[in-house]
Design a protein around this ligand. Structure first.
Ligand SMILES: *[C@@H]1O[C@H](CO)[C@@H](O)[C@H](O)[C@H]1NC(C)=O
Ligand SMILES: *[C@@H]1O[C@H](CO)[C@@H](O)[C@H](O)[C@H]1NC(C)=O
Ligand SMILES: [Cu+2]
Length: 731
C-alpha cells in the first residue's frame, strides 16, 4: 500500500510537470495564448483535445484546407452540395429526364453516396510547395437521382460542375447511412416478421436487425435493383446481441423503394442463451483477472511529431494523412530525409486499404450470400467509430476527426476517428554486444520508437484495427488487426456430438451451446503507389534459386543465388507466393543508384497471408477476383484505377477489378507504377473467439533496400536513465 501511495504521488507530480512542459514546449501544435480557458484553437494535452467551448461541428467549420490533398472541409461540402443540387435539377430536366422520371415523378429525389476530395493531378501535387497558392479544390460526388447513378466532379474554386458521368455498368454506390438505417428499421414494421417474433415468443423491443450486403448471384429478377438482406438478433439479457441470432429468417429490402420485398422463413432454430455472451465491463461477475500494475508511455518533452493540418512530421519522415469515407485512412506523399544529404526522398505517393473481401463458407439459404466487400459496400471509413483514448491509442496520441456527408448532403463530424502516436514497445532498433572471446568491449544498443497512424473500423460485428507504422530506419509496416464479434449461426444442437448424430454439417466451429462460428476469410487489398525516389520505377523479382557447384570445385553441392526478373508488363507483375519459390519483391528506381551501383529501391515484404480457396467461377470470387493473385499485382499508374474491386462494388458483376485491368498487360517498366498487396486471413473460429475475439494481427512491410548508402540510424543516441521521468517506489 505504501509504495502504491508514494508511486501515485510521484506520478501525479510528474504529470503536473509534464502538463506544463507539454503546454509550453510543444513547438508545432498550435500554441495557445494563456491558459485553458482562453484557448480557442485546437490544443493537445496527452492526446485530449481541449476546446474552450463549442461542439466539434462548430470547431470543424473553422478549418481551411492547407494542402492540396486535405480532405473537404465543412464549408466546401456545403458549396458542393448547393452546386450538385442545382445541377441535378437541370440534369433531371435535361437529357436524363426520362430515366429519372420513370421512377421518381417530376421532382428528382437526390441521394448522396459519397463525397470526397477529387485529388488534383499527381504532377500538380508533386510540384506544389507550402506557400504556393492552393490548387483548385474539387470534389468527387457519387449520387443517385432515384435509380440513376452519377459521378459528378465539382470544381469548388471556380464554382462549376466540371463533369457528370452517368454509371451504366453493374454495381451501385457505397451504402449511405440512410440505406443502412432504413433497412435495419423496416423489419420491426413488417407484419410477417412481427408474427414470426410472436410465434417464437420474442419481445420486439429486444430485437436489432442488421443490413447485410447481398452480393451478386446472377439472379435475373434482382438485376438493376439495390437489394439488401436483413437478419435480426436478440439482445434480451446481453449487450452482445450478435451472439443471439434469430436464425432462419431473412428479409430482402429494396433500398430504392425502402420496402421489404421478400420475407423468407427458411428455418426455425431456438435462440442461443444470453448467459456468457456479454463482454461489457459492467456485466462481468465473479473474480476478475488480477490487474497488471498501471503502465503508460511518458514523454516529458512532449511528442516528437508535429501535425500541421493533415501534414505530419516525425523524426526523418514526413507524410500527409487524411480520413476517408471509403478507405478509412489515406497516407500520401510519405518521404524520408536522407541522413547523408539531408534531402527528403519520396517513398510512397499514396497508400490505403482499397477493398476488403470477406466470404463466409456456408452455402445454405440464410448464409450463402455473405461475401462482404466492406470498403466499397459499407464504406470502411464511415464505419470507423471514435477511438477510445488510453485503450485504443495510448496517452500521448493525437486525434484527428473525420468529416463525412450524409445522404441529404449535410456534413457531419466523426470525432477522434484517427489517432497518431509514438510507440515504444521495448524493442531494439539495432545493437551489438561483443563476446569476451574477442577481448574487445562493444556494448551498443538503440531503442526502437515508431510512429503509428491508426483507424479502427467496426463493420457491424467485426472490428478492423488498421495501422500504418513508420520506423526511423525507413521501414513502413502496415498492420491489420482483427477483433470484435464473430458472425455466428444458431443451431438446435448443444454439442458437436449431437450435431454429428443428427448428421448435420456445421460449416464452422461450435463455440457454445446452439452457437456456431462459421468459417470465413478476410482479405484486405492495399493500393500502394510507391514512388521510390521519383515517380518512374520498375518492379523487380529477385528470385532466389538453387545453384549447383561445378564438380570438384567445392565440397558443397549447392548454394543459392539471386536471379533478377525485371517486370516488363503487367503479366510479369503478377505474384503468387510459394514457399519453395522465394523472391524479394522490389520496386527500384532504375535511374538512381547508390555509390557502389545498386539501384535505389524499396522492397515489399509479405507477411503471413492467405489465398482464396473458392472456385474462380464462383460468383463471389468473380467479384473478388482482385485477390486471385496472392500477393501482388503491379499496374501502371492510372488515376481511375484506385479501387481493386471497382468504384461501384455493391452488387457488381466483377467487371471492374484489378484482375480485369491487368488483362491488358500494359507496360510497367521504368514508369509510374502501383502495387496491390493483399493481407489475407483464413478464419476457423475457436472457442476463445467467444464472446468477443482477442485481436489477431497480420502485416506486411515496405523496406528500404539499397535506398540508403548505409544504415540510416547509426547516428542515434541510446536512452539514459537520467533522461527519463523518475518514478521510484519500493516493493
Ligand atoms: C443554378 O443553375 C442555373 C443554370 O443551370 C444558374 O443560372 C444558377 O445561377 C445556378 N444557381 C446556383 C446557386 O449555382
Ligand atoms: C485508365 O483506367 C481506366 C479504367 O480502368 C481505363 O478505361 C483507361 O483506359 C485507363 N487508361 C490507360 C491509359 O490505361
Ligand atoms: Cu474472422
Amino acid at each position: 500500500m505504501k509504495y502504491l501511495r508514494s508511486a501515485v504521488f510521484c506520478c501525479l507530480a510528474v504529470v503536473l510537470v509534464l502538463l506544463l512542459q507539454v503546454w509550453f514546449r510543444q513547438p508545432s501544435f498550435s500554441r495557445c495564448p494563456g491558459w485553458f480557458a482562453s484557448c480557442r484553437e485546437r490544443s493537445y494535452l496527452f492526446g485530449y483535445k481541449i476546446f474552450e467551448k463549442g461542439s466539434r461541428t462548430e470547431q470543424a467549420k473553422l478549418v481551411f484546407p492547407q494542402h492540396p490533398l486535405d480532405p473537404l472541409t465543412f464549408s466546401e461540402i456545403a458549396r458542393v452540395h448547393a452546386l450538385v443540387l442545382n445541377s441535378s435539377i437541370s440534369l433531371a430536366e435535361g437529357k436524363h429526364a426520362k430515366l429519372i422520371r420513370k421512377v421518381g415523378g417530376s421532382k428528382p429525389n437526390i441521394f448522396l453516396h459519397g463525397v470526397s476530395l477529387e485529388e488534383p493531378d499527381k504532377e500538380d501535387v508533386l510540384t506544389w510547395k507550402t506557400g504556393d497558392p492552393m490548387l483548385p479544390r474539387k470534389a468527387s460526388v457519387i449520387l443517385r437521382i432515384d435509380v440513376a447513378i452519377y459521378r459528378f466532379v465539382v470544381d469548388i474554386t471556380h464554382h462549376i460542375v466540371e463533369s457528370v458521368e452517368p454509371h451504366h455498368g453493374s454495381g451501385t454506390p457505397t451504402l449511405n447511412f440512410d440505406d443502412m438505417n432504413t433497412a435495419s428499421a423496416l423489419p420491426l414494421q413488417h407484419t410477417e416478421f412481427l408474427e414470426a417474433l410472436k410465434s417464437r415468443e420474442l419481445d420486439k423491443e429486444e430485437v436489432s436487425c442488421i443490413p447485410l450486403s447481398s452480393g451478386w448471384y446472377n439472379v435475373k429478377e434482382e438485376e438493376g435493383k439495390r437489394l439488401i438482406k436483413v437478419q435480426c438478433y436478440y439482445a434480451g439479457g446481453t449487450s452482445n446481441y450478435y451472439m443471439r441470432p434469430i436464425e432462419g429468417i431473412t428479409m430482402v429490402v429494396d433500398m430504392n423503394m425502402k420496402k421489404i420485398v421478400k420475407f423468407i422463413e427458411h428455418d426455425h432454430v431456438p435462440l442461443p442463451k444470453a448467459e456468457g455472451t456479454d463482454f461489457s465491463l459492467s456485466a462481468q461477475r465473479g473474480p476478475m483477472l488480477k490487474p497488471l500494475n498501471t503502465i503508460s508511455l511518458e514523454q516529458p518533452d512532449g511528442p516528437s511529431f508535429s501535425v500541421d493540418g493533415h501534414y505530419v512530421k516525425w523524426a526523418n519522415w514526413e507524410f500527409h494523412v487524411k480520413p476517408d469515407y471509403r478507405a478509412g485512412v489515406i497516407i500520401s506523399q510519405a518521404s524520408i530525409r536522407d541522413p547523408e544529404t539531408d534531402v527528403l526522398r519520396s517513398v510512397l505517393y499514396k497508400g490505403f486499404a482499397s477493398e476488403l473481401f470477406v466470404p463466409y463458407m456456408d452455402p445454405t439459404e440464410g448464409w450463402f450470400f455473405k461475401t462482404y466487400m466492406d470498403a466499397g459496400e459499407y464504406g470502411f471509413g464511415l464505419q470507423c467509430m471514435s477511438l477510445e483514448p488510453l485503450n485504443d491509442c495510448p496517452r500521448n496520441a493525437y486525434y484527428m476527426d473525420g468529416i463525412f456527408v450524409d445522404a441529404d448532403g449535410k456534413p457531419y463530424v466523426r470525432p477522434n476517428m484517427l489517432c497518431i502516436y509514438e510507440s515504444y514497445a521495448g524493442d531494439v532498433a539495432w545493437r551489438h554486444t561483443e563476446s569476451p572471446i574477442s577481448d574487445r568491449e562493444i556494448r551498443e544498443s538503440r531503442p526502437k520508437t515508431t510512429l503509428v497512424v491508426r483507424v479502427i473500423a467496426s463493420v457491424a460485428n467485426y472490428d478492423y484495427i488498421l495501422d500504418w507504422e513508420f520506423q526511423t530506419d525507413g521501414l513502413i509496416r502496415v498492420k491489420v488487426g482483427m477483433s470484435g464479434i464473430l458472425m455466428v449461426k444458431g443451431t438446435s444442437h448443444d454439442s458437436i456430438r449431437e450435431a454429428a448424430e443428427a448428421n448435420e454439417e456445421l460449416y464452422g466451429t461450435m463455440l457454445a451451446e446452439k452457437t456456431i462460428g462459421v468459417i470465413h476469410d478476410h482479405f484486405i487489398t492495399f493500393y500502394l503507389d510507391l514512388d521510390v525516389d521519383g515517380t518512374d520505377n520498375s518492379f523487380v523479382q529477385n528470385k532466389m534459386i538453387r545453384k549447383k557447384t561445378l564438380d570438384g570445385t567445392s565440397l558443397r553441392k549447392s548454394y543459392w543465388g539471386v536471379q533478377q526478373l525485371v517486370a516488363k508488363s503487367e503479366d510479369d507483375g503478377k505474384v503468387k507466393l510459394s514457399l519453395f519459390k522465394p523472391a524479394d519483391y522490389v520496386v527500384i528506381n532504375p535511374k538512381k543508384r547508390t555509390k557502389v551501383g545498386n539501384p535505389v529501391s524499396y522492397k515489399i515484404v509479405p507477411g503471413k497471408t492467405a489465398g482464396s480457396l473458392l472456385a474462380l467461377d464462383d460468383p463471389p470470387q468473380i467479384r473478388g477476383a482482385f485477390i486471385n493473385n496472392q500477393v501482388m499485382w503491379v499496374t501502371p499508374y492510372n488515376r481511375s484505377e484506385e479501387y481493386a474491386g471497382g468504384l461501384y462494388v455493391y452488387g457488381s458483376h466483377g467487371e471492374e477489378t484489378v484482375s480485369r485491368w491487368t488483362r491488358r498487360d500494359r507496360p510497367i517498366e521504368d514508369r509510374d507504377i502501383v502495387l496491390w498487396y493483399t493481407v489475407g486471413f483464413h478464419h476457423i473460429p475457436c472457442q476463445e473467439d467467444f464472446p468477443v475475439m482477442p485481436t489477431v494481427t497480420e502485416s506486411f512491410e515496405l523496406k528500404p533496400t539499397n535506398f540508403f548508402e548505409s544504415n540510416p540510424i547509426v547516428k542515434t543516441y541510446p536512452t539514459y536513465e537520467k533522461d527519463l521521468p523518475q518514478c521510484s517506489f519500493s516493493i
